[in-house]
Design a protein around this ligand. Sequence first.
Ligand code: ATP
Length: 450
Amino acid sequence: MSDTRPKLLIVEDDPGLQRQLRWAYDDYRLFIAGDRDEAIEMLRAETPDVVTLDLGLPPDPDGTSEGFAALADMLRIKPDTKIIVASGHGARDSALEAIAGGAYDFYQKPVDIDELGLIVRRAFHVHALEQENARLADSAPADGQVLGRLITSAPEMSRVARTIERVAHTDVSVLLMGGSGTGKALLAEGLHDASPRRDAPFVTVNCAALPEPLLEAELFGGMPGGGARAGSGRIAQARGGTLFLDEVGDMPLTMQAKLLLFLQERRIDAADGDAPANADVRIVCASHRDLEEMAASGAFREDLYYRLAEIVVRIPPLKDRPGDPALLARHFLNRMAQDLNPQVKGLAPDALAALDAWSWPGNVRELENRMKRAMIMADGKLITAADLDLDEDAADGDAVNLKAAREMADRRAIRRAMARTDGNISGAARMLGISRPTLYDLLKQYQMQG
Ligand SMILES: Nc1ncnc2c1ncn2[C@@H]1O[C@H](COP(=O)(O)OP(=O)(O)OP(=O)(O)O)[C@@H](O)[C@H]1O
């Protein structure tokens, strides 16, 4: 049977260390190179997704020139390779320089096998996610990014994306339910872009933003309180395309009746005696409230609910998407760096831990805002928890019971220990007064390794 384990290339010139590493990785197919030429040859032949690279390679074992040259060569040949760089004692600067040059991460020598194992595992994980996102983007229609714009590593969210992809080519009405900032507007647009209506307009109306007379005029056209004028409202503008009714749960009941009538007749009346205009629009709605519950309690018209919610898609909050905060943070960093702070190249270990520990009440929008702030505040090449305003005081959070408070305290202590030991598991466990396996268990339990 062929070996399907992921391929890991280790570039290391010390035979002792080569041996040690060879035994450490059962889960991967290992390839070991002792110098730059060998490393390039193996990269071309085996195309490993992850590489660990010692910067001190012959003929310059005490310097870093060969290591940096190997890094640049490898990234040129296979840019998606996740390269983890080993930095010698006291050579943190060269590690940071390597990250600036495109390395994925670094570890400090002497090697802590457990710590390196964690970094390697995470690198494979991130690589797989990037491939998955690229696949989603590739499967989008020719013109567009569509759901390729959605960044996620969480199965729950990938399921949401698949549902949207599947319903996009039908005309069923879709209700997106999720907290503020979970990506409802992004998904609604993604749905439109993936649908046969993609060349027609995508029109958004925020039902919470306007009082009833204005909302009516906005949707149907004409003057507030006056008759409708076919052609001038947002429904008419969306003809042939998609009308996105955001925060539909906030629509006043009388307005709900008018919307229902429109959905039944699919026509907009003209005030001046002209024939009513036909309106072929696909409706997509979103609400941060539980519309089903509102319909059951009479706060929202049940008949309208069933028309709007032929398919209901529930979007999980960011705190329930393991691994997503760090993934999204890297995405926003890459997107914003050019404009806001080109010297920022990555996230410090304490920032990654803080991203994991935070409960994200404002979901992705909050993360985007915190990253924007952090990019502006960051002094160095790496964003810290303090830049994100997620240092200790901020992390006091909103524990609602003793269990949640304990978990929060655990997370905070672990985060602090990991930050103080630069992510060294043995050191962090010692600092916390627990065994290494216990720390591993906690990291797993709190999903803090992603
Ligand atoms: N999974 C994601 N990947 C990339 N960007 C995202 C993702 N989810 C949300 N965003 C970005 O986060 C911001 C907030 O998302 P969006 O406006 O879609 O949320 P929303 O649920 O409609 O929020 P609200 O209810 O507050 O209007 C936007 O800038 C959006 O592009």
